[in-house]
Each structure stands twice: as structure tokens, then as C-alpha cells.
Ligand binder design. Structure first.
Ligand code: F6P
Length: 361
């Protein structure tokens, strides 16, 4: 029987996951002679009875999946094995099922592609069950520590930038202020990057407090130059000026589901000025679509490096991107460091120097 590596995608999806799956499959089978088992629907595939998995082959994992968004293996962000939703409506600890599933499949190692939440859960289970895991970072939020890039972020950044490009022309035609609300949870990486790339006039991110006076001052200055339209980009997790959150919905994981702060900013502008505003909430468009070249490249490099770690028995580690190369760090260190935008970040300084209002620095 061939030696086996398992792979699963966990948490919210993004573009570039299939590129990583393809790289793991190719490197492990072609260069090491392993079999790769694709676990379906995140850890649910290992917990379900019968288990849900596929043996990856050229038909279900062709080279061309590098071009495809989402994840061919499926994912979930509401099936925490410690509080697993059962058919009778209760939640039970099903980590023992997962551990048993791993053993039954005779895996030498499980490669987990996930963000901070799912990596923490899988790391905890690996310790309990003495499982060998290696992690690959993915999240459009780019908030995982110890890696400059996670799979999905660059494509989401392109999508948000493209949205600003589209909004700019219609804003100009109608002499409006367009407010674009983007994802990112508690980190402002998408808003900051896209705001610079898309020449926004105002960028509001959760890490830097803002004042409505500051926003209005910048917009007034723009209009005083003769330009009659403007772009504002807001990260979904910014609060009202008084620190209140607009999101009311609590997710299955007990976290706030963000959304709607763009309308608050628009209302405030409408109340205090005669400018016309429109709001676009970009939402899951940022998670879908064809992965861009950088996501395909880093996902491929991550997939290859993760297999090398597995073969060399360097378990409990996560691959990361740093200084144009792949590194590996303890999973613990990566999930223990939440990467938010720092006030002295070069991009914050860049935005400021370009005259963009980015809050009270
Ligand atoms: O963490 C990725 C992310 O897309 C966040 O940016 C966003 O707040 C959240 O997931 C949305 O989650 P869901 O797909 O459950 O609505």
C-alpha cells in the first residue's frame, strides 16, 4: 500500500485554494510516490460516518484546477469539531471521530489549508490525538501572523481595486461620492491596499480611529479643487464614531458577522452636506472568482513546501511567505500573532503622503 498524505481546506473559501491542492497532489504523487487523500468539506469529511473523501487523481485534480476559484474539496466555517452540530440540533465534541478518521485512513500527515480559526482548532486536535499536521495559510483578510501573504488576499485586493475602478467612472458621471465597503474582519489590509491602488480619497480601517469631521474635511477639499466626485473605502469592521458596532448578527462561532457600516458613513455625509452618496457592499465577490497570478504562484510554492515538510516529518509547522521566499514556522506562532495594520506601516504612510484621509494618526 502506498504511503498517504491527507489534505483539507477549512474555514471561509478564497481564490487560490485549488492551486495549492494541485501542487500538493502533483509533488506528493509524482516526486515522492505518495497517495493524496482529499478530505471533503473541511474536517467534516473525517468526522462523518461514512467518511467523505476522494483519492486525488488526474481526473479529479487536473492541472487546470489552478485556474479555478473556490475549493474542489469543499469547506465549512460552522462545523467546529469541539462543538459539532449534530442532527438532533445539539452540539457535541466530535474530535474523537476526527482522530479516529485520520487513523482509519492511515494518513502519515494531514495538510490543513486554513485561516487562524481553523488552524487553531486543528492544531489543538492534533495535540490531543497526536496527529501529524502541516498548515498552509489562506485568508482574504491576510491577518495570519508570521507570513506576509496568505492565499486569497491578493485576488481579493484585485477585486476590491477593480470595484473602485468601476465606481470611479460612474461617480464622475453623476458627481457622487461612492462608498465601498470591503471585507477583512478586524484587519484593514484589503481596504488599505485597494484604497491606495484605486486612488480612494478616504480609507477607513479598524486599526486607526477616524472622525467624521476628518472625512468631511477631506471631501470638501476634493470638491474645492473642482473635482465633483470622490471615492471612500471602508473596512467592514470599523465602528461608528462613538465606537459602536453596526453589526448585530452573531455567527455560529459566536463572532460578529460584519456588514453595513458603509451605510452609516453615507448617512453621516448626507446629514451634514449636500453631496450625493451611494454605497456598495462588495461582500463575497472578494472570496470568489479566478485566482490572480500571485495567488497561484504562492499557493503552488506553499503546496510544494508543505509536502516537503510532511515528508521530512517537520510536523506542527506552517509554511509562510517572507522576503520573496517560503519559510516555515510553528503553527502556534502563526496563530498566536494577529496581523493587523500598524500605524507606522509603509502603506499607511504612503496613503497619508498621497493626501488620502486615513484617520487620526
Ligand atoms: O475571514 C474571511 C471573511 O470573508 C471575512 O472577511 C468576512 O467577515 C467573513 O469571512 C464572512 O464570512 P461568511 O462567509 O461566513 O459570511
Amino acid at each position: 500500500m502506498k504511503k498517504r498524505i491527507g489534505i483539507l481546506t477549512s474555514g471561509g473559501d478564497c481564490a487560490g485554494l485549488n492551486a495549492a491542492i494541485r501542487a500538493v497532489y502533483h509533488h506528493a504523487t509524482q516526486n515522492y510516490g505518495y497517495e493524496v487523500i482529499g478530505i471533503l468539506e473541511g474536517s467534516t469529511g473525517l468526522i462523518s460516518r461514512p467518511m467523505k473523501y476522494v483519492v486525488l487523481d488526474q481526473d479529479n485534480c487536473p492541472e487546470s484546477i489552478i485556474r479555478v476559484g473556490g475549493t474542489k474539496l469543499g469547506s465549512t466555517n460552522k462545523a467546529d469539531p469541539f462543538h459539532y452540530p449534530c442532527e438532533d440540533g445539539t452540539k457535541k465534541d466530535r474530535t474523537d471521530y476526527l482522530i479516529e478518521g485520520y487513523r482509519e485512513l492511515n494518513l502519515e500527515c494531514l495538510i490543513v489549508i486554513g485561516g487562524d480559526g481553523s488552524l487553531k482548532i486543528m492544531n489543538d486536535i492534533a495535540k490531543i490525538g497526536d496527529l501529524n499536521i502541516v498548515a498552509i495559510p489562506k485568508t482574504i483578510d491576510n491577518d495570519l501572523g508570521k507570513t506576509e501573504l496568505a492565499i486569497g488576499y491578493c485576488t481579493a485586493l484585485d477585486t476590491a481595486t477593480h470595484a473602485l475602478d468601476c465606481l470611479d467612472t460612474t461617480a464622475e458621471s453623476h458627481r457622487r461620492i461612492m462608498i465601498l465597503e470591503v471585507m477583512g474582519r478586524d484587519a484593514g489590509h484589503i481596504a488599505l491596499g485597494a484604497g491606495i491602488a484605486g486612488a480612494a480619497d478616504v480609507i477607513l480601517i479598524p486599526e486607526i480611529p477616524y472622525s467624521l469631521d476628518g472625512v468631511l474635511d477631506r471631501l470638501n477639499k476634493v470638491f474645492a479643487t473642482g473635482r465633483k466626485h470622490a471615492l471612500v473605502i471602508v473596512a467592514e469592521a470599523i465602528t461608528k464614531e462613538n465606537g459602536e458596532n453596526v453589526a448585530q448578527e452573531v455567527t455560529e462561532n459566536g463572532r460578529l458577522r460584519y456588514g453595513g457600516i458603509g451605510f452609516y458613513i453615507a448617512d453621516q455625509i448626507n446629514e451634514k452636506t449636500s453631496y450625493e452618496t451611494r454605497v456598495t457592499v462588495l461582500g463575497h465577490l472578494q472570496r470568489g472568482g479566478v485566482p490572480n497570478a500571485i495567488d497561484r504562484v504562492i499557493a503552488s510554492a506553499f503546496g510544494v513546501a508543505a509536502v516537503d515538510l510532511a515528508i521530512n516529518k517537520k510536523f506542527g509547522r506552517m509554511v509562510g511567505w517572507s522576503n520573496r521566499g517560503v519559510i516555515d514556522i510553528p503553527i502556534e506562532d502563526a496563530i498566536g500573532t494577529y496581523s493587523r495594520v500598524l500605524k507606522d506601516d509603509v502603506l499607511v504612510q504612503t496613503a497619508k503622503s498621497l493626501g488620502i484621509y486615513i484617520g487620526q494618526l
